[in-house]
Write a protein that binds this ligand. Structure first.
Ligand code: 13P
Length: 304
């Protein structure tokens, strides 16, 4: 039977494990991601963010949903809409609610609204509108509070400075209030994680190795009581990731690492899609089995 997204996230929390969510910036990546998830007997999400059809090659959320219908194994995979920004990485306002409507129509099992570039009150109000829509359709809604940096064009603060000063970290009191006001089901938090760059000039660069404030994750989980989401999952020290999962992280988004593996293989092979797919398959299997050490979550969560 197909797995239910909301229930799977709650089960994952109970078992102190994590559901990885793999981004699809290029449509051919979807098939080997699914295959790797199935071959590790694991449970994971396939996700696409607006920026990936605007600035990369995933075309549209409908195109990703179409590819998902072709290749998904719904005993192991779920389809999630990542970052629908209310104000985007170029600081332009986005008509975000129609995008949520389109995702619901296309069969996405959960959505994320990202109003984290707005004030606390504006973020809570915009998130509530999206969460109300999602809930009316029977699906969960993720939101973001705090500043997970890296997607904006222009110079980012040096990583060590972010970690030392806790710049943009999700505030505890605000997090509690935000969840009450917005009605979001899962919360993306800023706890030392940063996104991989997406600007043309920097998207091929290796990410700095990030660390996490694990005590802060535990405090945020205690304050909110809902599954926490770790964005910027590429290039974080694995010891910190595993400690973060125990402390409350229940979903981890991974984009850059797998995208760069695909793009490098495509460059080296002269655009041979099968070579690109092979690189994606290897990268995802390694992430599941070695970095996250969560092979077999299908059996852990569902006993089969
Ligand atoms: P990375 O690209 O840094 O792995 O982050 C992915 C992400 O958080 C997508 O929402």
């Amino acid at each position: 039977m197909a797995i239910n997204t909301k229930e799977t996230m709650l089960l994952a929390r109970q078992h102190e494990t994590v559901i990885p969510a793999f981004n699809v910036p290029h449509l051919p990546m979807l098939k080997p991601i699914v295959q790797a998830i199935v071959d590790e007997n694991s449970v994971a999400m396939i996700e696409v963010a607006r920026v990936e059809w605007e600035k990369f090659c995933s075309q549209s959320l409908e195109a990703v949903a179409g590819e998902y219908r072709k290749y998904a194994d719904t005993k192991h995979t779920m389809l999630h809409l990542d970052h629908v920004p209310v104000v985007d990485e170029d600081y332009k306002a986005v008509d975000y609610l129609p995008i949520i409507d389109r995702a619901i129509k296309a069969g996405f099992g959960s959505v994320m609204v990202d109003a984290s570039r707005l004030s606390f009150e504006e973020n809570a109000a915009a998130t509530k509108k999206a969460a109300d829509k999602a809930h009316a359709a029977g699906i969960p809604c993720e939101a973001e509070l705090g500043a997970v940096m890296g997607h904006e064009s222009g110079q980012m603060m040096p990583y060590e400075e972010i970690f030392a000063t806790k710049a943009g970290f999700t505030d505890l009191e605000e997090a509690k209030l935000f969840v009450e006001k917005s009605g979001c089901d899962w919360l993306s938090v800023a706890v030392g994680n940063i996104h991989g760059a997406i600007a043309d000039a920097t998207r091929d660069q290796k990410k700095p190795t990030a660390r996490l404030d694990v005590d802060h994750i535990a405090a945020l989980y205690k304050a909110t009581g809902i599954p926490l989401v770790l964005h910027g999952g590429s290039g974080i020290d694995p010891e910190y990731i595993r400690a973060g999962i125990k402390a409350g992280i229940t979903k981890i988004n991974v984009g850059t690492e797998v995208r760069q593996a695909y793009e490098a293989a495509m460059r080296e092979s002269g655009d041979d899609i099968e070579a690109g797919r092979k690189a994606v398959y290897g990268a995802v299997r390694q992430l599941i089995s070695e970095t996250l050490r969560i092979a077999g979550t299908r059996t852990l969560l569902f006993g089969e």
